[in-house]
Design a protein around this ligand. Structure first.
Ligand code: AMP
Ligand code: ZN
Length: 471
């Protein structure tokens, strides 16, 4: 598997820290509103990455935070006259609903910044002790950026250019007592009406970059395999995460940095501040969110992707085409009376496997979902052309299973909750008998329950097991 690593700006072979395992951290949303479909892009693409790596046999530890302390949350809370915790809790709940709709799996852990403040205070204390940070008179703590010899290595910015060019942008309000204007805030004093926590420097709250360092280390370790997020996070957020983590821990923070490109509208980044956005909820009123997911995956994750009504319609039609192919294969299976593969079908089945290989190759090339989707369509076309009422049940099942498996890896559900075929029921009953003989009663019960859920009732008789469909 090759991954484009922002750190080296090259596609590198992925080698995990520990064989068979992946420790991955993805910066999550700031929860002050419903998420927009730009925020949904990293969720969908990195969930797809996670699913693909799990399919390849990796155990993926996937951590993604909720930023629940932030100026925008406080502003919204003040506007509504409620506590900021009420705002963040509300939008975390809504975000999880959207994630479910888009078939984004819950992370292994979803830490919240407000529940990790102690860890952040410890990290800041450690940085002060090591000479990487300092507190000013009002209790603000800054990171001593220039002390980090490698600062800029992720964003490929030269510290002297920062000083000459963008330096002034980095100057924070009230930061007049900084030693150097490149220094960034780790802890800031409370203001009237804001949530705050105690610290040795003052009552206040942490800066944004510190939270991800603490959560990544706590849940995954000082060095992780992959850190990911949207490309707008490269600078300053991820650069500042690296600076703090590596200064405190003395080891590399993440081996691979993955960044998704922007979701644009009329070729401008979709964002709350520009007001040019659709929320995931808006889209869900018109479309099944699987269509949104499909649309997001039609581009390789690093390419910019332009959102339009036409492209959403095209995504809907395409997804429908896959679903139709799957239900046709099911229909044909019910019609046929042939069980096993013919010689000709054995040949065709090898050809079909070629599309699966093509899919894997595309995914192995830095998660090229655009080409992976093309491979699914080639397989769909192949299935449509080569299947009919006289195909064998085994062949039809093979084709269907392949289409469903590849779609599942992309998190796309293309299978109808279908009725079990008689032959499937009989195979399960046989398996249940064998399990009982082997005294594997757990498996036997599981099969009985599975059949019961599908409305199949079993009856043990003297002539053997009989079954019927519930009315
Ligand atoms: P935020 O809530 O702004 O911190 O963003 C949460 C995640 O969404 C981050 O990884 C951002 O990089 C990403 N993101 C925000 N807007 C877009 C966009 N228009 N296209 C792609 N990713 C975005
Ligand atoms: Zn982060």
């Amino acid at each position: 598997m090759k991954i484009f690593n922002t750190l080296t700006r090259t596609k590198e072979e992925f080698v995990p820290l520990e064989p068979g395992k992946i420790k991955m951290y993805v910066c999550g949303p700031t929860v002050y509103n419903l998420i927009h479909i730009g925020n949904a892009r990293p969720m969908i693409v990195f969930d797809t990455f996670r699913r693909y790596m799990a399919h390849r046999g990796y155990e993926v530890d996937f951590v993604s935070n909720f930023t629940d302390v932030d100026d925008k949350i406080i502003k919204k809370a003040n506007e509504e006259g409620v506590d900021s915790a009420e705002i963040s809790e509300r939008y975390i709940k809504e975000c999880k609903k959207d994630m479910e709709g888009m078939n984004v799996m819950p992370a292994t852990v979803h830490p919240k910044a407000t529940e990790e403040i102690d860890g952040m205070v410890d990290l800041i204390g450690d940085l002060i002790e090591k000479g990487y940070a300092y507190a000013t008179e009002d209790g603000t703590v800054y990171f001593r950026t220039r002390k980090d010899q490698e600062y800029g290595k992720l964003s490929h910015k030269n510290i002297d250019d920062l000083e000459a060019g963008h330096g002034r942008d980095l100057k924070v309000k009230g930061g007049e007592d900084k030693e150097d204007y490149l220094d960034f805030v780790l802890w800031k004093p409370k203001k009237e009406g804001e949530p705050f926590w105690h610290s040795p420097w003052c009552d206040g709250r942490p800066g944004w970059h510190t939270e991800c360092c603490v959560m990544a280390k706590k849940y995954l370790g000082a060095t992780i395999d992959i850190h990911a997020g949207g490309e707008d996070l490269i600078f300053p957020h991820h650069e500042n995460e690296i600076a703090q983590s590596e200064a405190a821990n003395g080891v590399p923070f993440a081996h691979y940095w993955m960044h998704n490109g922007f979701l644009n509208i009329d070729n401008v980044k979709m964002s709350k501040s520009l007001g040019n956005f659709f929320t995931v909820r808006d889209i869900s009123e018109k479309y099944d969110l699987q269509v949104l997911r499909f649309f997001m995956l039609t581009a390789q994750y690093r390419s910019p992707l332009n959102f339009s009504a036409d492209l959403m319609e095209a995504a809907k039609t395409s997804l429908e085409r896959i679903r139709t192919a799957v239900s046709n294969l099911d229909y044909l299976r019910k019609q046929t009376d042939k069980d096993n593969l013919t010689e000709e079908e054995k040949q065709l089945s090898k050809e079909a496997a070629g599309f699966v290989t093509k899919f894997d190759e595309a995914m192995d090339d830095d998660l090229n979902t655009a080409d992976a989707i093309s491979a699914i369509f080639e397989l769909v076309k192949f299935a449509n052309t080569n299947s009919n009422e006289s195909s064998s049940s085994e062949f039809l099942k093979e084709l269907k299973d392949e289409i469903v498996m590849l779609s599942d890896i992309l998190g796309l559900t293309v299978k109808q909750e279908e009725e079990l075929l008689d032959s499937d029921i009989e195979a399960l009953i046989e398996e249940r008998q064998a399990a009982r003989k082997a005294k594997n009663f757990a498996r036997a019960d599981e099969i009985r329950n599975e059949l019961a859920e599908k409305g199949i009732i079993l009856e043990d008789t003297r002539q053997g097991v009989k079954w019927k469909r519930a009315d």
